[in-house]
Design a protein around this ligand. Structure first.
Ligand code: ATP
Ligand code: MG
Ligand code: MG
Ligand code: MG
Length: 469
């Protein structure tokens, strides 16, 4: 079996051998981009090279970029634990051309790597193109010999990429792997495309137009290429499994949490183990890149990620802080590729332990209040929304935990009442903030903190900078 570490190396070696400069992953905290919370795609560190603001001593590059998608336009947090292919932290493998090669070479490289170097069967691969991109359609026929029914024209934004309302943009072509008809799901563009049968592995972006105010105003003088492939997804494909969480890296992390909690990642407990493994990676890498848990901004997102994992440790019955004891497994899986993890190991462990100690205190205070509030309620009772909100707001007790705890007693929560209390408090806080005269960028952070503070913290859907391929 090819390990995830070997697959990353294989990707970098292939493109380096083909003339690309090997570029280290940039830190997760974007440099010079206050509108973006975390780097969420391989192209982010190259944004200014694509727009021509910055030049580099190379015209083609390859990287494996650390990414976090836990807020903003790309928020995969709620998917984690429940889909086979989403993580909060993942690595995006990418090859880039800054006005050097274009579509034909990009498709040729992708096809050669997947089918020749890695030996994937051609009949398991499907490509999508933007519906008007006849050129890409013809290239897939010519280079890959794909039959027309496996080159799917897609008319949605999924296949058209833009850096923002102004700047480079262009059609994309995505490559999907078909795990086989024993897995539910349909091809891209079909009504059941969200199933696990066809998994999107690689997105090729053809930057060829210039946009102003969301309107194409002309051709880019030097068309460019930006691609992104999820390392964990392609590792699943190459390791012959249908689920990212069954790849070597995740199996090792999940085995460690199974051993420490004396539970198995099966049935109802599977999602908890997956959340713990995923959030351990996100937490470890964010701390290594200088983010610490806090009550605002990036630190707040990190705190919510950590606490979500800790809540699952609690669900699995952990009696003491657990997350910091998993760090050695993370370092042994990923430390060779990311020496910053090794350097930061003591800090990651101390941060997780302190956060989990505090969180457990919060949990026990909250559970006591919950006991008092439910003492007079019988089975089938409903906890008032205002009480659930007090638990959340005053005790930092997540809504879903309240719900879990009540479910175990045959009770439920008045969600509408909870939402109403939350909306009322947000309106009051926003009014107070508006009056404070803080400048716009702080307001942006405020929006973020406010939104991610919501129990399932879906992130804010505001003006976050464009990043993803
Ligand atoms: P999906 O439709 O599955 O959510 P996407 O279209 O949002 O993926 P892109 O923005 O095109 O993803 O990113 C390029 C590649 O990065 C994807 O083809 C996929 O392999 C990988 N990827 C994207 N999001 C995630 C994630 N949350 N976890 C793991 N890999 C991801
Ligand atoms: Mg997505
Ligand atoms: Mg997609
Ligand atoms: Mg995509």
């Amino acid at each position: 079996m090819t390990s995830t570490n070997d697959i990353r190396r294989g990707f970098l070696d292939y493109f380096e051998k083909n003339g690309h400069a090997r570029v280290q992953s940039a830190p997760l905290v974007p440099h010079n981009d206050p509108t973006l919370m975390f780097v969420n795609a391989g192209m982010v560190p190259f944004k200014n090279v694509f727009t021509g603001l910055e030049s580099r001593p190379y015209s083609t590059a390859v990287s494996s970029q650390k990414c976090v998608r836990a807020g903003g336009k790309h928020n995969d947090l709620d998917n984690v634990g429940y889909t086979a292919r989403h993580h909060t932290f993942f690595e995006m493998l990418g090859n880039f051309s800054f006005g050097d090669y274009f579509k034909e070479q990009a498709i040729l490289h992708a096809w050669t790597l997947l089918t020749k170097e890695w030996g994937l069967p051609a009949d398991r691969l499907t490509a999508t193109v933007y519906h008007t991109d006849d050129q890409a359609f013809d290239l897939w026929k010519k280079i890959a010999g794909l039959p027309e029914e496996r080159i799917i024209r897609i008319a949605t934004k999924d296949n058209f990429w833009a850096m923002g309302s102004d700047g480079p943009c262009g059609p994309c072509s995505e490559i999907f792997y078909d795990h086989g008809d024993h897995i539910p799901g349909g091809p891209p563009g079909s009504p059941d495309e969200d199933g696990d049968r066809f998994v999107e592995i690689w997105n090729l972006v053809f930057m060829q137009f210039l946009q102003e105010n969301d309107e194409i105003v002309g051709d880019l003088p030097k068309p460019s290429i930006d691609t992104g492939m999820g390392l964990e997804r392609v590792a699943a494909v190459l390791q012959g499994v249908t689920d990212n969480y069954d790849t070597d890296t995740f199996k090792a992390l999940i085995a460690a949490s199974e051993a420490l909690t004396h539970t198995r990642a099966e049935g109802e407990q599977q999602a908890s183990h997956r959340v713990i493994a995923d959030h351990l990676r996100a937490s470890g890498f964010l701390v290594a890149d200088g983010v610490l848990p806090a009550n605002e901004g990036r630190g707040y997102v990190l705190r919510r990620i950590m606490r979500r994992a800790m809540r699952h440790a609690h669900i699995l019955g952990a009696k003491d802080p657990l997350m910091h004891r998993l760090v050695p497994s993370l370092v042994s899986e990923m430390g060779a590729a990311f020496p910053e993890l090794v350097r930061a190991q003591p800090l990651i462990e101390a941060t997780l332990e302190q956060e989990e100690t505090r969180f457990r205190q919060t949990l026990s205070n909250g559970l006591r209040l919950l006991d008092e509030a439910t003492a007079s309620m019988g089975e089938g009772g409903t906890l008032p929304g205002a009480t659930a909100f007090k638990l959340y707001d005053t005790y930092g007790f997540p809504y879903d935990l309240t719900e879990d705890a009540l479910r175990a007693r045959g009770m439920s929560v008045d969600r509408t009442g909870f939402d109403a209390a939350m909306a009322e408090q947000k309106a009051a806080a926003r009014a107070a903030w508006k009056g404070s005269g803080e400048k716009a960028s702080d307001e942006l952070w405020y929006d973020l903190a406010e939104e991610v503070g919501a129990t399932e913290f879906t992130g804010y859907n505001g003006t976050e900078g464009e990043g993803a391929v």
